[in-house]
Design a protein around this ligand. Structure first.
Ligand SMILES: C[S@@+](CC[C@H](N)C(=O)[O-])C[C@H]1O[C@@H](n2cnc3c(N)ncnc32)[C@H](O)[C@@H]1O
Length: 267
C-alpha cells in the first residue's frame, strides 16, 4: 500500500488523464462506473438514496467488493482485523456497548461481535442488501448467540436509539462516501447517544489541498474542516497519528464530548 497522498486532487482532469495513461486497463471499468453512477444520480437526487443504489448494484456482484476496493477475501479479512486490533488497542473493552455506523457485511463487525458481551454490538447501515450479507456473515461465523443488533437506517440522527448509551461509536470507510451535510448530521446527534466518557472513532479520506469528490462516491476532506465541524457540536477532535502508520489509505479521528473530556474511556 503506497503512502497516503494528501495533495492529489482526484477529481481534476489532469489527474484523470495521468491516471488513464498509467493504468489504461482500468479505463473501461471506470467508464462503466461513471455511466452507472450518472444514471443512479439522475434517479436519486438525495445522497442516501443514491448511495444505497450504488451499494445495491455493487453488492449484487460481490458483498466483499461492495465494502472495499479489493474484493479478495484476504483483503476483506485483513482490513477487518486492522480495525479490530486498533480499536481493542485503543480502549474498546468487552463490556462496552458499541455502535458501528455503516457496519457493511461485518468485515470488522464479526470480530467486534465475538469480542463484546452478548447484545452489546449494534450495527446500522443504509443498505438492505449489505445487511442481508451481514446476516450471512453472522451465520458463517456462528455468532448467533451473541445476539447483535443489525438495523436499517435512513439518516444519521439516531432518533430510534437511547441517549447516553454507547461507550464506543465507530464508522470505518463511511465518511469517505459521505457529503459534508451527512457528516454534519452525524456530528449534530452523536453526542446525545454517547455514554459519559464515550468516544466516536471514524476514518475519512484526507486531503490537505482542495476538498473534492469523485463521482459522489469518494469524498476528500481536510482535517481542519472536520475538527471545526465537530467543535460546532460540542465535540473535541483528536487526529489519530499512529493509525497513519498502518497500511490503509484513509486517516482516523476520535471525537469526545468536550463536557466530559476528563472521563474518557479509551487511551
Ligand atoms: C466501504 S463500506 C465499509 C463497511 C464497514 N464499515 C467495513 O469497514 O467493513 C461503507 C458502508 O457504509 C454504509 N453507509 C454509507 N453511508 C452511510 C450512512 N450515511 N449511514 C449509514 N451507513 C452508510 C454503506 O452502505 C456501506 O455498507
Amino acid at each position: 500500500m503506497p503512502a497516503k497522498d494528501i495533495r492529489r486532487n482526484r477529481s481534476s482532469l489532469a489527474h484523470q488523464v495521468r491516471y488513464a495513461l498509467r493504468h489504461p486497463q482500468r479505463v473501461p471499468a471506470y467508464a462503466r462506473r461513471a455511466l452507472r453512477d450518472t444514471w443512479l444520480r439522475l434517479r436519486h437526487r438525495d445522497h442516501i438514496a443514491y448511495y444505497r443504489a450504488v451499494m445495491a448494484s455493487d453488492a449484487a456482484r460481490s458483498a466483499e467488493a461492495a465494502v472495499g476496493h479489493n474484493p479478495s477475501k484476504e483483503t476483506w479479512a485483513r482490513i477487518g482485523r486492522m480495525q479490530f486490533d486498533y480499536l481493542t488497542g485503543h480502549g474498546l473493552k468487552p463490556g462496552h456497548r458499541m455502535l458501528d455506523i455503516g457496519c457493511g457485511n461485518l468485515r470488522a463487525g464479526r470480530l467486534f461481535i465475538d469480542y463484546l458481551e452478548p447484545g452489546h454490538y449494534y450495527g446500522i447501515d443504509i443498505s438492505p442488501d449489505i445487511l442481508l450479507a451481514a446476516q450471512d456473515t453472522l451465520v458463517r461465523e456462528g455468532l448467533q448467540a451473541k445476539l447483535p443488533y443489525l438495523a436499517l437506517a435512513d439518516d444519521l440522527t439516531f432518533a430510534f436509539l437511547p441517549g447516553n448509551h454507547f461507550d464506543v461509536v465507530h464508522a470505518h470507510s463511511v465518511f469517505s462516501h459521505s457529503p459534508l451535510n451527512v457528516i454534519e448530521e452525524c456530528f449534530a446527534h452523536v453526542g446525545r447517544i454517547l455514554a459519559p466518557g464515550g468516544f466516536f472513532d471514524f476514518t475519512f479520506d484526507r486531503t490537505e489541498d482542495e476538498e473534492h469528490h469523485v463521482l459522489r462516491e469518494d469524498f476528500y476532506y481536510r482535517t481542519q474542516t472536520l475538527t471545526d465541524l465537530a467543535a460546532r457540536y460540542g465535540l473535541s477532535a483528536r487526529f489519530m497519528d499512529d493509525w497513519e502508520k498502518l497500511p490503509h489509505r484513509q486517516s482516523k479521528m476520535r471525537l469526545t464530548a468536550v463536557s466530559d473530556r476528563a472521563r474518557t474511556v479509551g487511551s
